[in-house]
Design a protein around this ligand. Structure first.
Ligand code: DX5
Ligand code: ZN
Length: 242
């Protein structure tokens, strides 16, 4: 299980100290939300900030590009020290060359699906990716409420991964708190991006530990209930999101 605090929820006036806080917390990844003011109605930070943070930690940097033209940003983020670069499936025909470019830069390849986008949009790319990130809020801002309708997509991503014997990670991003993290883990998520919930705790290490314990317990519970053939109790995927 990967726990990835999202830096967007940190105190942006003290990024170096906040990065050190994540480094010491026992978290696995640092999630970096990159917003261009066009793909989403907000602007965050760019490669120069990532480059400045890179020497401060050995944490895996997970860059989430909410950008209309990620092609101009892949090399800068790879050079700045991103370990994984996620691009959105909503970019359509640009997706294939972008995934190849990320791979050619020697970085892990991530694909992201927005809440209103059908999960079938991601299906053609499953063999090319290291991570499938399901947005559980509409991207652009931290601190929003988890959208429950997205939960069956996690279940679908999990089913595809087992059927096709693939190994991509299944992530959830947005409104992930202790309760929703458990619900996501129960249906197959293994990577938890969480901003507000983790950073709002003075004891970040304690919050990371608590989230890890909760998702590990929920995963075991999920496996047990599936083996007990109680999968029919799980939520049904809205036909428009299939
Ligand atoms: C939303 C971002 C998320 C966000 C998560 O656009 O992609 O990573 O920072 O923050 P919380 O946990 O506050 O919803
Ligand atoms: Zn994100």
């Amino acid at each position: 299980m990967i726990i990835a605090p999202s830096l967007l929820a940190a105190n942006l006036g003290r990024l170096a100290r906040e990065t050190a806080r994540v480094d010491a917390s026992g978290a696995d990844w640092l999630h970096l939300d990159i917003m261009d003011g066009h793909f989403v109605p907000n602007i965050s930070f760019g490669p120069a900030v990532v480059r400045a943070l890179r020497p401060l930690t050995k944490l895996f940097f997970d860059a989430h590009l909410m950008c209309s033209k990620p092609e101009i940003l892949l090399e800068p983020f790879a050079e700045a020290g991103a370990n994984q670069i996620n691009i959105h499936v909503e970019l359509g025909e640009a997706v294939t060359p972008l995934l190849w470019k990320i791979k050619s830069l020697g970085r892990k390849v991530g694909l992201v699906v927005n809440p209103p986008t059908a999960i079938s949009m991601a299906q053609p790319y499953l063999e090319q990716i290291d991570s499938l990130l399901l947005m559980t809020v509409n991207p652009g801002f931290g601190g929003q409420s988890f959208i429950y309708e997205t939960l069956p997509k996690v279940q679908q991503a999990f089913a595809w991964r087992s059927e096709r014997r693939l190994a991509y990670r299944i992530g959830v991003d947005g409104g992930v708190d202790f309760k929703t993290a458990a619900e996501c883990a129960h249906v197959g998520a293994d990577t938890f991006i969480s901003g507000t919930t983790l950073f709002s705790r003075p004891n970040l290490g304690g919050a990371v530990k608590k989230m890890r314990k909760i998702v590990e317990a929920a995963r075991l519970k999920g496996f047990r209930s599936q083996s007990a053939k109680s999968a029919s109790r799980l939520p049904v995927l809205n036909p428009q999101l299939r």
